[in-house]
Design a protein around this ligand. Structure first.
Ligand SMILES: Nc1nc2c(ncn2[C@@H]2O[C@H](COP(=O)(O)OP(=O)(O)O)[C@@H](O)[C@H]2O)c(=O)[nH]1
Ligand SMILES: [Mg+2]
Length: 552
């Protein structure tokens, strides 16, 4: 049962470490290296510890000078291996007491502990002698233990301090031994216990030298210690009240350590707590996932780039030219000549119709100027801005930079996009010739009417008898032809001008849509890719941090 749980948590740790490593890979080059320190440490430590004996549990005894660490090791092992000192010199080097020699050497090499004492094979783990306690079957613990006596945590010797700090990061279980004088030392709590708030499951707390206090004082001290512990995130820590001299409480402490050794989950638990710390250090860089570049954002970019190409002015000229051409075919012929005087908008733009072809064919346009560069840059910035909204730094900047990265290529490729676009210059609508024929018919009617009337007037003037004109609805036919032809021609001209305005607008929109679509193809293949890739990288990072952070 417990083995299954152990295996499950070990494979859970495996998943979390892989996710943490993936997060690291994706963060590199984005998140500053200094801010990845905790991640590197954990990954490094985890790969080392996991390659070493899983059968052993490493328990380190930490605490301030004179709290009784060495005495406790002696008491727990029933030996006097550790140097016990009322005054200096105190413990200068770590000492290891080992149950189960197999596989312990490499582990101790990694821990850099040279002083090793192997308990004779078959020695029950942590039997407290003198306490007339019979060896029960429970003492035959399956699995090895390495108990480490360490230099003082508050040692003034820099070397000692470095050893203790290193080992505090390496051992599987931290046994914090304090005494009635130092239990409340703020510096010790700040430097040792507070940073390990996430490591509650692998920390044991022992208040040693309990024999020095009266029962009343003792309960007061324990209460106060528990209060301090819970204030710094160790609320569920059990405080073992012990005495290394009289042996009080050692049985309970030994039993708890044996239980930990039996479960063989401490190494996994410790690394898992380390992963928590590393993940916490990454959370500041992982917001919520971002959507890939939306259609709206991509079209917006193409639209702004269409403006940057200078094609808008050409489209405008094409549109006005359409109206002018329509007028030339469908306008009232009498006033067409007036229209003929109006200059061609393409001409006014200094673009003869051939120049539109040139613009489109890109045979005569000069290299993109600073204004165009600026517009393209602005379009890409806006695009990057849109895409990165909701991301946290440094990803925001990374996504924006990625969006701007294809600028040089884009400037070149925009030409091709414009060249692919059909600007529909000189294209005519089907109804122009119909209206044109009608206009000529109306004109003919008017001319015939006027000619007829002129003939009648000439006859009268020359005193010939004027024949009666046929009459329709009381109106003489020549008059009907002359006036009707003129009115119909003008009316048709006005109607066609209105239609041409609508048609021109539609054509302009259609041409612009074509241009935007064509530029869109280019931006999708050139500009969107890097930004989308960066977003994907960010999302993968966010997911990896999430996976690394979930304990189940
Ligand atoms: N009265 C009493 N003295 C203790 C106890 N544990 C250790 N001492 C004494 O405290 C002093 C320091 O002990 P030591 O084990 O060297 O402390 P370390 O510096 O934490 O390793 C020695 O004189 C011990 O005899 C205890 O539980 N009760
Ligand atoms: Mg010592």
């Amino acid at each position: 049962m417990s083995r299954h749980r152990g295996e499950a948590s070990a494979s859970r740790l495996q998943v979390r470490l892989e996710a943490l490593n993936e997060a690291r890979e994706h963060a590199e080059g984005r998140v500053h290296e200094d801010q990845l320190g905790a991640v590197y440490n954990v990954l490094d430590r985890a790969s080392s510890r996991r390659s070493l004996s899983a059968a052993h549990t490493v328990v380190g005894i930490f605490g301030p000078t004179g709290s009784g660490k060495s005495s406790l090791l002696n008491a727990l092992t029933g030996t006097d291996l550790a140097r016990v000192a009322a005054r200096r010199p105190t413990t200068a080097e770590p000492l290891a007491v080992i149950w189960g020699e197999d596989g312990s050497d490499d582990l101790l090499d990694w821990l850099q502990v040279q002083n090793r004492h192997v308990m004779p094979e078959g020695t029950p783990v942590l039997t407290v002698p003198g306490k007339s306690r019979r060896t029960t079957r429970n003492d035959a613990v399956e699995g090895g233990l390495i108990l480490l006596d360490l230099p003082d945590f508050d040692s003034t010797a820099l070397g000692h301090r470095a050893i203790v700090e290193r080992l505090a990061g390496q051992v599987d279980v931290l046994l914090w031994v304090t005494d009635p004088q130092k239990y409340a030392d703020a510096a010790l709590h700040q430097e040792f216990l507070e940073p390990l708030a996430t490591h509650e499951s692998v920390i044991l707390v022992a208040l040693n030298q309990s024999d020095r206090l009266s029962e009343q004082d003792l309960s007061q001290v324990v209460g106060s210690l528990k209060q301090i512990l819970s204030a710094e995130g160790h609320g569920s820590a059990v405080v073992h009240t012990i005495s290394a001299v009289t042996g009080t409480g050692l049985g309970g402490l030994a039993e708890e350590i044996r239980a930990i050794v039996r479960r063989k989950e401490a190494a996994t638990g410790r690394l898992s707590a380390d992963v928590d710390v590393a993940v916490d250090s990454l959370r500041a860089f992982a917001g919520s996932e971002l959507p890939p570049p939306s259609k709206a954002a991509r079209t917006g970019l193409a639209d702004r780039l269409a403006g940057a190409t200078g094609a808008d002015a050409v489209i405008d000229a094409v549109v006005r030219s359409y109206r002018r051409d329509a007028h030339a075919v469908t306008g009232w012929p009498v006033t067409r000549w007036l229209g003929g005087i109006r200059s061609d908008p393409l001409r006014r733009l200094n673009l003869r119709r051939r120049d539109v072809q040139d613009f489109v064919g890109r045979t005569s346009l000069p290299e993109p100027g600073p204004a165009q560069r600026a517009s393209v840059d602005r379009a890409l910035r806006t695009f990057g801005e849109e895409l990165s909204t909701g991301a946290v730094e440094p990803w925001r900047t990374a996504i924006r930079d990625a969006a701007r990265s294809p600028e040089p290529e884009l400037l070149e490729r925009l030409d091709e996009a414009v060249a692919r676009t059909d600007f529909a210059t000189g294209a005519r609508a089907w109804w122009w010739p119909v209206a044109g024929v009608l206009q000529w018919l109306f004109l003919a009617a008017m001319v015939v009417g006027i000619g007829w009337l002129a003939l009648l007037a000439a006859l009268g003037f020359l005193q010939f008898p004027v024949p009666d004109s046929p009459v329709v609805e009381g109106i003489p036919v020549p008059t009907l032809l002359a006036v009707g032809g003129a009115v119909a021609g003008v009316a048709l001209g006005i109607l066609c001008a209105g239609l041409a305005r609508l048609g021109a607008r539609r054509r302009g929109k259609r041409v612009r849509r074509r241009l935007v679509a064509s530029i869109g193809e280019t931006t999708d293949s050139v500009a969107v890719g890097p930004a989308a890739a960066e977003i994907e990288r960010y999302n993968t990072f966010v997911r990896a941090v999430d996976t690394a952070g979930s304990r189940r």
